[in-house]
Design a protein around this ligand. Structure first.
Ligand code: 5RP
Length: 285
């Protein structure tokens, strides 16, 4: 037998290390995307550039009650180590890019902030990094992505690329987001997180890897956020990776439960909104 080769349980010889790694990659993807192929990721990584953002001032208080309703948590290693009990068996998507704050003029100047070794030590299901297409740091953030993907392929850990827009929220249009999502996928990202936009189906169709949507800044009312999630999933998103529109709601558990019904139970917008209203008025999820 070739040195280093292994015989699997069917007696088939596997020579390449990568073959064994692929199982890990698939397994981690399946931990994030449930049996229906969809996911409700809870994004709580905002502090990495926003600091103590409203309603996430005390991360443990905000996050813990929502854990039973989330399929995975997207967060930084600081919040993970200090505010999340290791008893939780929830897949973790670790934010590994950053390096500036909301005070900075240009949010796109991001680097990789966590070693792959530390991500592995934290037993993550995936790592997440932002890319900034069309900015002065486009090249830098895309090279960050490719470096991370090379590492991720070695260890079988998926990479989620966030098509970030910084302070320029008006950038969130079909052309810009299709371009960003496609480039992320071409460079090897395994999951793409982007914003919902008009003609979202076009963004979905031209991106060969699963897309999840961010919620963006808190919308005026919960129905608007539910509508966004509903439209996105109806047009092919594999779920959400949502933060502020869940935990900045006065009724975060009601909100995440209603989002779950859209993502996993194919609930109509009306049904999801009814669920939200009944939970907000005291019914138990
Ligand atoms: C910024 C991010 C955020 O930190 C966060 O994950 C976004 O979530 P939401 O917009 O739903 O609050 O990725 O680019």
């Amino acid at each position: 037998m070739t040195p280093g080769a292994n015989r699997n349980c069917a007696g088939v010889v596997s020579v390449h290390k990568e073959e064994a790694m692929d199982w890990g990659m698939k397994n981690r993807m399946q931990r994030i995307f449930k049996e229906d192929g969809k996911t409700v990721m809870l994004a709580v990584d905002h502090g990495y550039f926003l600091g103590p953002v409203s309603r996430l001032e005390e991360p443990r208080k905000t996050i813990e009650p929502l854990i039973p309703y989330a399929d995975s948590l997207m967060l930084t290693r600081g919040v993970l180590r200090n505010c999340i009990d290791p008893k939780y068996n929830i897949p973790l998507v670790l934010r590994v890019s950053g390096g500036n704050s909301i005070m900075s003029k240009d949010l796109s100047n991001e680097g990789i902030t966590v070693s792959f070794e530390d991500a592995i030590r934290l037993n993550v299901a995936a790592v997440a990094l932002s890319i900034y297409i069309g900015t002065d740091h486009e090249h830098q953030t895309l090279i960050n992505l490719t470096k991370l993907i090379d590492e991720s392929q070695k260890y079988g850990i998926p990479v989620l690329a966030v098509t970030a827009v910084g302070k320029e929220l008006e950038k969130r249009d079909t052309r810009y987001l299709s371009l960003s999502c496609r480039i992320a996928a071409e460079l090897g990202a395994h999951i793409v997180k982007t914003y919902y936009c008009e003609d979202f189906e076009k963004v979905i169709k031209s991106c060969p890897v699963p897309i999840v949507i961010a919620g963006g800044p808190k919308l005026k009312n919960e129905l608007d956020a539910l509508k966004m999630a509903y439209e996105a999933v109806a047009q092919g998103a594999k779920g959400v990776d949502m933060g502020r529109n869940i935990w900045q709601s006065r009724w975060p558990v009601a909100m995440i439960s209603a989002i779950r019904s859209i993502v996993h139970e194919k609930a109509s917008l009306k049904k999801a909104n009814n669920l939200f209203n009944s939970l907000k008025n005291g019914a138990h999820p």
